[in-house]
Design a binder for this molecule. Structure first.
Ligand SMILES: Cc1cc2nc3c(=O)[nH]c(=O)nc-3n(C[C@H](O)[C@H](O)[C@H](O)COP(=O)(O)OP(=O)(O)OC[C@H]3O[C@@H](n4cnc5c(N)ncnc54)[C@H](O)[C@@H]3O)c2cc1C
Length: 351
């Protein structure tokens, strides 16, 4: 069997893996970044909104930007609509992921696409690259392999609370500069959204209970019908996609020389479901600590990674997880508790 050695093996070339690989490679260590996809970033499973301030973290080509967004409209269960500032960008997520992978390559990381990590055996990762089995020996392994993380299984740290989401690409009757979020008692533990991209929009829905793909698809179909009746969208659907969103409390994400990041680590915001910012920012952090561990020849250094991400995001994540529990437990009174459970309200931030 073919063998490969590297200092850091990064599994998954989404934003978390690509950013980790970039930062680590810049320090001069040998980084291998693998992804099972043929084309990085495709197919897109994202509503494609990022907050404007994330731009300062994205030191790559900017051709992923489609349009700016100024505000968010929250459609509440009592039929009120609240518009709040939410400066951000609607993007082509596949182009962003490819730009971040390109940066990792320029930093010196080697990238293998169509390469799946299969199992962990005796300190080595067994992978399949274009039907050939390869044994990869790395000093540090970064699991950036998304919500259904296989690397997480190797260290007993997986996502337990995954929310299924479906999304359609539709044509808007009129362009808009706002994202829209819809709460409805039928969308248990989640919400529907309309995020504009010029004359089209990503319209989607994440629901927890009864989350069989069929049930969610039916709910999305009803939501699309409603938007059509309101003359917001035309009837034509340009495509569908679906994915899973982790809604997790913070947990241990390092064991020995293996660490998790991004959706694999449950870093997604448990209320909003947004995860690109955390993937980029904590991805860079993971790359920095992994390189440090390699240089010092000591996997214990990785404890610093757990401390740093918890310092930066622990409180936000804990609060959002608690708010999710409250929301799910009080769903029948959603109109009464929405201010405590949705991020635009002051009450959300009060204990
Ligand atoms: C419908 C939907 C809408 C969303 N909308 C937004 C949004 O508008 N804004 C936002 O900020 N967030 C959004 N999110 C969340 C966001 O997409 C994720 O948080 C983000 O993709 C996390 O990045 P990541 O790098 O951790 O994981 P991913 O982007 O999932 O990347 C993981 C990579 O690992 C690869 N991989 C998996 N297993 C293996 C293996 N065994 N071997 C090799 N490679 C492997 C996959 O091919 C993939 O490329 C949305 C999610 C969904 C599902």
């Amino acid at each position: 069997m073919k063998e490969e050695r590297c200092d850091i093996l990064v599994i998954g070339a989404g934003p978390a893996g690509a950013c980790a690989a970039s930062i680590a490679a810049l320090t001069g260590v040998k980084v291998l970044l693998i992804d099972r996809k043929k084309v990085i970033g495709a197919p897109v499973r994202c509503a494609e909104f990022i907050p404007r301030q994330l731009l300062s973290e994205l030191d790559c080509k900017r051709d992923f930007i489609v349009q700016p967004v100024k505000t968010m409209k929250s459609f509440l269960p009592d039929n009120n609509i609240v518009e709040t500032p939410a400066p951000g960008l609607m993007i082509n997520r596949d182009i962003l992921d490819q730009a971040l992978a390109q940066k990792a390559k320029e930093a010196g990381a080697v990238i293998w696409t169509e390469t799946s990590a299969i199992e962990y055996d005796n300190g080595c990762v067994m992978a399949v690259k274009e039907r050939e089995q390869i044994r990869i020996k790395a000093r540090v392994i970064i699991g950036a392999d998304g919500p259904h993380t296989r690397v997480g299984r190797w260290i007993g740290s997986t996502n337990r609370n995954l929310i299924p989401a479906v999304q359609a690409k539709v044509h808007l009757t009129e362009a808009t500069g706002s994202t829209e979020v819809y709460f409805d008692r039928h969308f248990f533990g989640g919400y529907a959204w309309l995020f504009p991209k010029g004359d089209v929009a990503n319209v989607g829905l994440g629901i927890k209970r009864g989350g069989s793909p069929d049930n969610i698809r039916k709910s999305l179909y009803c939501f699309l019908q409603k938007l059509k009746e309101q003359n917001r969208i035309t009837g034509e659907v340009a495509g569908y996609n679906a994915g899973w969103i982790p809604a997790e409390a913070p947990r241990k994400i390092v064991k020995g020389n293996i660490m998790l990041v991004g959706d694999a680590a449950g870093h997604t915001h448990p209320i909003t479901g947004a995860g690109v910012s955390q993937a980029v920012i904590i991805g860079k952090m993971a790359g920095k600590w992994a390189a440090e561990a390699v240089k010092k020849g000591d996997a214990n250094v990785l404890k610093g990674y757990e401390e740093e991400w918890m310092d930066l995001y622990g409180e936000t994540q804990e609060r959002a997880y608690k708010r999710r529990e409250l929301m799910e437990n009080s769903w029948d009174h959603l109109d009464k508790i929405i201010k405590k459970c949705w991020v635009i309200f002051e009450e959300y931030y009060k204990d």
